[in-house]
Ligand binder design. Structure first.
Ligand SMILES: [Fe+2]
Length: 270
């Protein structure tokens, strides 16, 4: 028998939101705060690009695992929305725009992949390749495990283990944490720094990979809010495992940014 009430799910959401908001990677990410100031050198922008490319490319593996391990058809389908969009299926919210091209400045940030069209050039990884090219990074320089530092690979492995976990409560906690971290403003900080870099020394650098993701994150966070309410009502749901999944995932995210901060302090460039 279900004992779920609106009050109990609201209380739980409050606990989760506090855990996320107080986590150092959300409350105070030293790397992105510094990066937003626009002081990063070309070598530091390249280093960020390579590490970010490894995480965002390997994220596809974690997203597939999340889909495979989904506890119900709704979660399975919402996981596929993210997975297939990541791989190049354009959301079909606005068919006229989808038909125009594959550039992230043009393609929709809302809608569904159901009935959407696959375009090679709409894969998020290809958007990142277009950003990487003007700063001298080619296909062979980005996106592979071998390009990742130890902290980056730790984060990727945590995504597979926690975000893609077989235990649905852990996986849901990790999803909630990842999406609320992503909606907490780090894209805007990176965009601010990249705009300064572009104006200073890289005219024409396409920032759409970054700006498209900034636009989409608010909806992802809203989706995980709905997912939390739904998951909370299920018999398998366990509050402690959800919170543990959220905390462990945020620790993984923090390892990634702390790695970049340590590299900045050590003067690592690429
Ligand atoms: Fe993406």
């Amino acid at each position: 028998m279900s004992t779920v009430t609106v009050a109990s799910v609201d209380d739980f959401r409050e606990r989760v939101d506090q855990l996320v908001a107080r986590h150092p990677v959300v409350a105070g990410n030293r790397y992105t705060a510094w990066f937003a100031g626009g002081e990063a050198s070309r070598g530091e922008v390249r280093h960020l690009t390579v590490q970010f490319s490894v995480f965002s490319h390997l994220f596809v593996e974690a997203q597939l695992r999340k889909v495979i391990n989904a506890a119900d058809l709704d979660t399975y389908r919402s996981g596929k929305e993210i997975l297939l969009n990541e791989l190049g299926v354009v959301f079909n919210a606005d068919r006229s725009r989808a038909a125009v091209g594959t550039d992230p400045d043009l393609v929709a940030t809302e809608g569904t992949v159901d009935g959407g069209r696959f375009r090679f050039g709409a894969a998020h990884f290809e958007w990142l390749l277009r950003f990487a090219h003007p700063i001298g990074l080619g296909f062979d320089d980005v996106g592979k495990r071998r390009h990742g530092t130890a902290p980056t690979l730790h984060f990727c492995d945590e995504l597979l283990e926690v975000y893609g976990a077989e235990d649905a409560s852990i996986a849901e906690g990790a999803s909630y944490a990842v999406e609320h971290w992503a909606a907490s403003g780090f894209w805007k900080e990176l965009i601010a720094g990249l705009e300064a870099f572009k104006a200073r020394e890289c005219d024409g650098l396409p920032l759409a990979f970054w700006t498209w993701h900034d636009k989409v994150e608010d909806q992802h966070a809203a989706h995980t809010d709905d997912e939390l309410v739904e998951a909370y009502a299920q018999s398998w749901f366990d509050e402690d495992r959800f919170l543990a999944g959220a905390a462990r995932m945020l620790d993984g995210v923090q390892t990634f940014w702390d790695g970049l901060w340590a590299d900045h302090e050590a003067g690592v460039q690429r």
